[in-house]
Design a protein around this ligand. Structure first.
Ligand code: GLU
Ligand code: MG
Length: 453
């Protein structure tokens, strides 16, 4: 960030400040998501927005070493007490918060004090991945699905609705709440595709329109914080944790991605299997090949591995299939009404993931697939859990955070793409988390994660 850019940001900050004041906003919250998937925040009164835009808000780099329970890991490249970063609100994404009267929100970009982007700023790493994809001649669209479980109590989970899975009863029970959520998201400019009661006890799901990948990750943060604030207004608690109770299905964080060139969706315009174009197939093959390592990003919590089990629609097998909900990669063909809607759904990920790291991980492994003209194996269009035991064992994704971390550490595409310091920090954090929960029971793991995300 040079002097010229600081001036430009200050001018924009002045304008944003007066717009926010007119709308009764008192404070701007600016968030980043840490490597453990927790959304962290600093806030300023709007009188400070101009300054924050130009010079940033001080924040320690120690946050890169945070575990979900706020323990700090003194790792190789993060977690020390020394230094300071500057959080700059991205003023292109300022949103007045419908469920936090008087508050607005913007995602942060973290800079070093010398004005360079912090090498471990996950959102900037995601932006760089989008730029690299653009240089290769492609664009991506993404959307993150949000599943959440609603409780009347904390820390224990007491279902806030009793109606059946997908049951209209459960929608009626929380009719005002769900309506208010739609009103809030609409007021925040987020187009919703659909909302419904999910399979789990008191579980709901909302899906939103796709957008550019970094925008989709920002939206993912905003949607969950809106749900959280709304739930609290209703005296309820929302959990986005991979598992809320040790048995039953968990909360997924499914990611939809499509690959575009010249305004054409390459997942729908081709002659390869399921209508994919060659590059879409290669992109998918790249993601598929790197899935074990990607889990250290997309399923980064010990609780993730309690969710990622067969017959829970979590996609625990390293396979792809057309509309197969037990495949980690579910290819969704375009519908007759919307042929350009074809996309790849990554089901194995959950919401303990940092969505910016997810963007970077998916795009880089997809690009590696394109660069290698990778080809997909045959699709699996049955439940992989019905395959012979030895095939299941061969296709099963890592069943522990430790195994995923080992795969990540050995993955040259990912570690190179994220950079030595960020990749090293992720490894250090995951290993620390593995050690902390080495002797924990499923109930203990679930209880520790329940209200952290
Ligand atoms: N709740 C399931 C999960 O943990 C997903 C259900 C669905 O297919 O939407 O991913
Ligand atoms: Mg779902």
């Amino acid at each position: 960030m040079d002097q010229h850019e600081r001036k430009r940001q200050a001018a924009r900050g002045r304008q944003v400040r007066s717009e926010l004041a007119e709308r009764g906003v008192v404070a701007l919250a600016t968030t980043w998501v840490d490597n453990s998937g927790v959304t962290r925040v600093k806030a300023v009164p709007i009188q400070r927005v101009e300054y924050a835009a130009a010079w940033g808000i001080g924040a320690s780099p120690v946050f890169d070493g945070f575990l979900p329970d706020d323990a700090i890991v003194a790792g190789r490249y993060a977690g020390g007490p020394v230094g300071d970063l500057r959080l700059h609100p991205d003023l292109t994404r300022v949103t007045v918060l419908a469920e936090q009267p008087g508050w607005a929100w913007a995602p942060a970009v973290r800079y070093q004090q010398d004005g360079a982007v912090h090498p471990q700023d996950q959102r900037s790493v995601a932006r760089a991945a989008v730029a690299a994809l653009g240089e290769a001649g492609y664009a991506a669209r993404m959307a993150f699905e949000v599943e959440w479980t609603l409780s009347t109590t904390e820390p224990d989970f007491t279902p806030a609705a009793s109606g059946p899975a997908y049951g209209y009863t459960r929608l009626v029970e929380r009719s005002d709440y769900l309506r208010d959520l739609l009103v809030a998201l609409d007021g925040q400019g987020i187009p919703v595709d659909q909302i419904h009661p999910e399979y789990g006890s008191a579980q709901y799901e909302i899906s939103v329109a796709n957008e550019d990948p970094v925008g989709a990750a920002d939206t993912f943060v905003l949607v969950r914080e809106t749900i959280r604030a709304l739930s609290m207004r209703y005296g309820l608690r929302a959990s986005f944790s991979p598992k809320v109770v040790a048995d039953g299905v968990g909360n997924g964080g499914h990611v939809h991605v499509s690959l575009w060139r010249d305004e054409v969706n390459l997942f729908s315009a081709g002659s390869q299997r399921c209508g994919m174009g060659k590059e879409a197939e290669a992109f998918t093959a790249g993601v598929l090949a790197h899935l074990p390592a990607l889990l250290a990003i997309g399923a980064p919590s010990p609780a993730s591995y309690l969710r990622l089990v067969p017959s829970h629609w979590a996609g625990p097998f390293q396979v792809w299939g057309l509309e197969n909900r037990e495949a980690a990669l579910r290819l969704i063909a375009g519908s007759p009404g919307n042929p350009a809607a074809a996309n790849l759904e990554l089901k194995a990920f959950d919401q303990s993931a940092n969505p910016y790291l997810v963007v970077a991980g998916l795009l880089h492994t997809g690009m590696a697939g394109i660069a290698a003209a990778a080809e997909l194996p045959d699709p699996v269009n049955i439940d992989p859990a019905s395959l012979p035991a030895e095939s299941q064992a061969r296709l099963r994704l890592p069943t522990s955070l430790q195994a995923a971390t080992d795969a990540f550490e050995a993955d040259e595409v990912l570690t190179k793409a994220l950079g030595e310091t960020l990749a090293g920090t992720i490894v250090d954090l995951r290993r620390a988390e593995v050690a902390r929960f080495a002797d924990a029971s499923p109930d203990e793991i679930v209880a520790a994660a329940r209200w952290r995300y």
